[in-house]
Write a protein that binds this ligand. Structure first.
Ligand code: SAM
Ligand code: SF4
Length: 336
């Protein structure tokens, strides 16, 4: 059961937004190379520069003490980091964390789903952009669809409170599968969210302006098959939800371009090398690795650095697909 501890946060930014949600990237590495996320030849952070798993757990604990009640582990592919389950175990023990969640490509879930559930993970988001084998290999450059599908089955068997699929839709690549993906998710009792592609990093594969498809257009495609009504459901992140009146399926839209969600942003992100990023679409950040290493046994300076960082959280992002990406950081180094 999701714990129902209420918390007040000491983390309030300059625009009055309460920060209660921390996303932690435990690695920038991945076993896939999705065309919208990475370029073909990526440089990854040398392992020696990563936060240790103990440092990750320590930072998570300090955030919980400051009022964060929700932590999502992401990456890169978080389940490729050796011994990562230890981080889930440590964070799962924190009383103040109501909701410990994971974003994964699913390839390793057959191995880890049961241990993740036991460690206290409540919900999982699994990325799946296509149900076609060959297309899956094209979109992920290296992946095998059957591994992610087996991972989804393992997660369904492990009894998480909720499993959601995340699909990035690209025009003329997978937009013809929108309805199939909804049906696949609904048949298995999962939600699904459609994500607008963001211009993070240079990817080489395609022109993001050409493949862009707005959430409203996806909604129009879905309305050819289903009647959809907006809901007021909130799951802590940026998704807006609709429900199909015929079969009850819940469909989310994450629309960084067409429905900017910055006004009620409640999130900050920790990169794998310990940089606290105040906004996904801006570079404002604070180096927490330096602080934890300078003060290995005293959490005071870490607490102070986190509280002080709130003052530089920017109002929001401003993506522009018509020019070269302003943010050179790829999505795998930030996590979603
Ligand atoms: N590897 C895991 C996965 O794929 O779920 C976690 C990390 S991945 C960076 C997190 C989410 O970001 C995924 O749902 C992925 O589809 C999405 N994503 C990656 N690059 C993106 C981009 N440029 N624009 C929008 N979403 C993106
Ligand atoms: Fe890896 Fe996730 Fe990026 Fe795909 S979206 S390359 S699975 S980090």
């Amino acid at each position: 059961m999701t714990k129902k501890t209420r918390s007040t946060t000491q983390l309030i930014d300059g625009f009055g937004r309460e920060i209660k949600y921390l996303r932690i990237s435990v690695t920038d590495r991945c076993d896939l190379r999705c065309i919208y996320c990475m370029s073909e030849d990526m440089q990854f952070v040398p392992r020696a520069q990563l936060l240790t798993l103990e440092e990750v757990a320590r930072i998570g604990r300090v955030f919980a003490g400051l009022g964060v009640n929700r932590i999502r582990i992401t990456g890169g592919e978080p389940l490729t980091r050796q011994n990562v389950i230890e981080v889930f175990r440590q964070l799962g023990k924190l009383d103040k964390i109501n909701d410990l969640t994971l974003t994964t490509n699913g390839t390793q879930l057959s191995r880890f789903a049961v241990d993740l559930r036991k460690a206290g993970v409540t919900r999982i988001n699994i990325s799946l952009d296509t149900l076609q084998e060959e297309r899956f290999s094209q979109i992920t450059r290296t992946g095998k669809l059957h591994r992610t599908l087996a991972g989804i089955d393992a997660a369904l068997d492990a009894g998480f409170e909720r499993i959601k699929l995340n699909s990035v839709i690209l025009r003329n690549r997978n937009h013809d599968e929108i309805i199939d993906l909804v049906e696949f998710a609904h048949a298995r009792g999962m939600d699904i969210s459609f994500i607008e592609e963001m211009p993070l990093g240079i990817i080489g594969d395609h022109d993001r302006a050409e493949t862009h498809i707005s959430s409203d257009e996806i909604l129009d495609i879905l309305r050819q098959r289903h009647e959809l009504i907006p809901t007021t459901d909130k799951t802590g992140g940026p998704a807006r939800y609709y429900r199909c009146t015929d079969n009850g399926a819940r469909i989310g839209f994450i629309s960084p371009h067409s429905h900017n969600f910055c006004d009620d942003c409640n999130r900050v992100r920790l990169t794998a090398e310990g940089r606290l990023l105040l906004c996904l679409g801006q570079e404002h950040s604070v180096d927490l690795r330096r602080v934890v290493r300078a003060h290995p046994t005293n959490d005071g300076p870490l607490r102070e650095a986190i509280i002080a960082a709130m003052a530089i959280k920017p109002r929001g992002h401003d993506f522009d697909l018509t020019s070269q990406p302003v943010i050179l950081r790829h999505m795998n180094s930030t996590g979603g």
